[in-house]
Ligand binder design. Structure first.
Ligand SMILES: [Zn+2]
Length: 92
């Protein structure tokens, strides 16, 4: 159930943490949030993944600007990014 620092780092270096199952994602986020060893570093990694994902969404939105779901996706992405930033503030 709980990840070690090594597992967290391996997972984050392999792929976007958003692709994990909801439980794994929560556990990983929780570890990064509270861990004094890998927390700071992996928060940066996760933020970078969020930004990359957000950028991809914006690109898709631009390419499919007639899709009614695009603004909705973009709002969700912004909310997720904001959540990460808020967590970072609380942690520091
Ligand atoms: Zn750790």
């Amino acid at each position: 159930m709980f990840f070690t620092c090594k597992q967290v780092s391996n997972q984050l270096s392999k792929e976007d943490y958003e692709k994990l199952s909801p439980l794994d994602k929560f556990t990983l986020k929780f570890h990064v949030w509270i861990c004094p060893i890998c927390g700071k570093y992996n928060q940066q990694v996760m933020k970078f993944q969020d930004m990359a994902r957000n950028f991809r969404l914006k690109q898709e939105e631009y390419l499919e600007s007639d899709s009614p779901e695009s603004p909705h996706l973009d709002e969700k992405a912004k909310k997720r990014l904001q959540d990460i930033l808020d967590q970072d503030k609380k942690a520091s």
